[in-house]
Design a protein around this ligand. Structure first.
Ligand SMILES: [Mg+2]
Length: 249
C-alpha cells in the first residue's frame, strides 16, 4: 500500500530512533561477542561484519532462538509505541528505512505487536540458511557496483537517500494529492535522505546525535523543516503535533 489515508508518509529509522539502542551492538554484546565483532570491524564494513559474527556465533552453538530472545529485551520507549499507534490511527502511511536487518527488525516489532503498523520495511535482507545460520546481506550489493552516492555519510551497503527517492517516486505516482513526508532518524546515514526532502516535508533529527550535528553544520542545505527531538516523549509530542498541523493545512 502506497497511499496513507491522510496523505502523510512517516519514515522512521530503526536503531536509536524507534528503539533506543543499536540492534547490532545489542545482539553482539548480549551474546558475548563484542570483542570478536570489534576484531571483524577492523578489517571489513559493518554490514559484512554483522553477517560474519552471526556465522561465528552459529559455529559456537548460538541458535536463532537465542538471537531472537535477546532482541526481545531491546528497550522500546512506551511513548514511541504510542506515537506509532496514534499516527497509524490518524491514517499516516508508516515505513521503516534502516541499516539494521530484516530479522532483527521483525523480531523486535513482532515481540511488541507492531509489525502490522508499517506498510514497508526497507533494510538489509536476511535469511536463514540450511544449517540454521542467520545470513545478513547488504541492501545494495556493493561487490557488484557501488551505489554511486557521493556523500561519505552513506555506508557502502546502503544509501538511504536513494532508497527514500524510490519511496518518493512511488508515492508521487500513486494519486493526485501530493504526499507529505516526515522523516525521523539519528545517524550519519539519515543525513542523505534529509537532504532529499522538499520544502513541504519535515525532518525530525534526534538532537545531539550524528544527523543533528551534520544538519547544524549548514542548515541551509535542507529544504525540509527541521524539528529536533531528544527522547521518546519529545518524539511523540513533536510527531503528533506535526501530523495534526499538516492535516489542518
Ligand atoms: Mg539509527
Amino acid at each position: 500500500m502506497v497511499d496513507g489515508k491522510n496523505g502523510i508518509v512517516v519514515v522512521f529509522d530503526f536503531d536509536k530512533t524507534i528503539i533506543d539502542v543499536d540492534s547490532d551492538n545489542w545482539v553482539v554484546d548480549a551474546l558475548g561477542a563484542t570483542h570478536d565483532f570489534d576484531r571483524l570491524l577492523s578489517t571489513m564494513p559493518w554490514n559484512t561484519a554483522i553477517d560474519a559474527i552471526m556465522g561465528e556465533l552459529h559455529a559456537r552453538g548460538t541458535t536463532l532462538r537465542d538471537v531472537a530472545d535477546v532482541l526481545c529485551t531491546v528497550p522500546l520507549d512506551p511513548h514511541i509505541v504510542a506515537a506509532i499507534k496514534a499516527c497509524h490511527a490518524l491514517g499516516c502511511d508508516l515505513r521503516i528505512l534502516s541499516d539494521a536487518n530484516r530479522f532483527f527488525i521483525d523480531a523486535v516489532l513482532d515481540h511488541h505487536g507492531l509489525g502490522g503498523y508499517f506498510s514497508d520495511v526497507t533494510t538489509n535482507p536476511s535469511h536463514v540458511d540450511a544449517d540454521g545460520r542467520l545470513r545478513i546481506a547488504p541492501h545494495h550489493d556493493f561487490h557488484a557496483a557501488p551505489h554511486g552516492c557521493c556523500l561519505d555519510t552513506c555506508p557502502p551497503n546502503m544509501c538511504k537517500g536513494q532508497a527514500l527517492d524510490r519511496v518518493l517516486a512511488s508515492s508521487g505516482a500513486a494519486g493526485g494529492k501530493k504526499q507529505r513526508f516526515i522523516y525521523l532518524g539519528d545517524g550519519h546515514g539519515d543525513y542523505c535522505p534529509s537532504l532529499r526532502l522538499g520544502r513541504e516535508d519535515m525532518v525530525m533529527p534526534r538532537k545531539g546525535f550524528p544527523v543533528w550535528d551534520l544538519i547544524c553544520e549548514d542548515p541551509a542545505l535542507l529544504q525540509a523543516e527541521v524539528h529536533p527531538w531528544s527522547n521518546g516523549a519529545e518524539m511523540e509530542e513533536t510527531l503528533l503535533r506535526l501530523v495534526a498541523r499538516v492535516e489542518e493545512e
